[in-house]
Design a binder for this molecule. Sequence first.
Ligand code: BGC
Length: 486
Amino acid sequence: MKDKKYNKGFVILTAAIVAFGGLLFGFDTGVISGALLLIKQDPALAINGMPELPERIQEWIVSITVLGAAIGAMSSGRISDKLGRKKIIIITAFIFAAGSIGLALANSVALLIIWRFIVGIAIGVASYTVPLYISEVSPSHARGALVSINQLAITVGIFASYLVDLGFAEVAEGWRWMFIVGLVPSLILGIGMFFLPETPRWLLTNNEEDNARKVVNKVGEPNPEKIIDDIKVSLKKEGKQLSTRKALSAKWVRPALIIGIGVMLFQQFVGINTIIYYSPTIFEMAGFGAESGSPVYDAILPSLPIGAINVIFTIVAIFLVDKWGRKPLLYLGLIGMVLALVALGIGFTFHESISSSTLRYIAFISMIIYIPFFAISLGPIAWLLISEVYPTKIRGVGMSIATMVNWLANFVVANTFLSLGKITTGQMPAPTGDDMITNPGGAFFIYAVIGILGLIFVYSYIPETKGHTLEEIEQHFQAGKHPKEL
Ligand code: BGC
């Protein structure tokens, strides 16, 4: 296991191509923030001659994608176990490509909503099949870094979407261009996948031992025959008991299900997407002015440092995750996020006792601190852990369940952020003058409490998977041992 020699070039290139699926996940979730600003005012899409689309409709255009992702994830797990990892990713790339074209050409709100839903399905499928694929081809000692390339691609996708939004912000019907850009990564993914092999673990599940051996050799595993033997032993044990339904209810599979669902709930309920989706709104609440004369620019600009920091610290995570391990990064990340959330909570809740410039300062610094702590921990590691803990035969289904939970939780957070603030800390005067706006302080406190619960969950239930092969992890669970003991 200490032997670090493997075919790095092949494995990294493979992970990089597959990670275009992650890039599309990030791009298509991020692009709407800027596109919406133009869509809502486009006369070609106007409803009953109104100058702006009603807020309810705008909310649907944004959130239907998240629902589509939950449905895509939920309904495709078995397909990825049956058809194979490679084929399902190719199909997904095709849906992404169709979605980019469909969105760019949409000439009514109804069509926009339908295409956003279809793209959502692709995002849902890509969000777990990419880490699944990378995990199943990677050598164990580099698996953490390689699977985290997916999260890097997500963050690059989000950042790229902000830049694209900025680039087309002043162009007539710029939103169409914003969407069509997604076609490029879709094609790279779809075409690139044709040249990549199916994963050895899926091949062995389907009795294609020779092909599996070829892939393991290509990866340059130091001890290929041991890998093949271990996979076969695991599959044999699984084979006795595993139809999908039986497997999901088997007692030894339960901890894996709890880990997968738990880690996804915490990833979302610490409130990451209030920052990713609402950072312009939060900055506005904290009193950042709109001075440049271009409201679209003003709304997109503050997101840029957030997006860039997210990318940079995901790279840091890639270097640390196989050295420090998963759990130390989770502890560090959660502690940092909780502190930043408490600072945000205090700043907004006690806004009356501090000056408006102090509030601006607190909001900006806290958000800038929160992001790197997420990026080194729950961002990459949640997706990594779900690619590690399930037995091979039901890895697709297991990951799809955890991923569905992720997207549903995302939906709940994005849809309740403002109401949570209103219920707990009420309203405060808008920085610009007479209006009253929601005070988000209480929502941040709630996310902080969830972060503390997350720390307890990591300590008491999460296994340290660093350096173990997928088969060793599976055998640990099969032996009925507590996850923490790995
Ligand atoms: C999460 C997304 C989030 C992104 C931010 C991903 O791991 O699943 O919900 O928007 O990280 O970087």
